[in-house]
Design a protein. Structure first.
Length: 77
């Protein structure tokens, strides 16, 4: 975050744009809202990923149990 802030300030300084406290507050509020939105999206993705991982684990367990069952059913020679 520090590097991003430094880059942002350097860009402002190079452009000659004045930095006012009001501008800082508006920017901070915008970034806070954006962060909140992204965090909510990440939480939703995390829930989806957990559901997919649970389904994958169940499918793997079923595949392994089928293999074991098929192996046990084969007649001995």
């Amino acid at each position: 975050m520090y590097d991003v802030a430094v880059q942002y300030l350097n860009e402002l300084k190079a452009s000659g744009e004045k930095i006012t406290p009001k501008h800082w507050q508006v920017e901070a509020e915008r970034l806070t809202a954006q962060n909140s939105t992204l965090y909510q999206q990440m939480k939703a993705m995390r829930t989806d990923i957990q559901a997919v991982e649970k389904i994958r684990k169940t499918a793997d367990d079923l595949a392994r149990s089928d293999e074991t069952r098929n192996f046990q059913k084969e007649p001995e020679r």
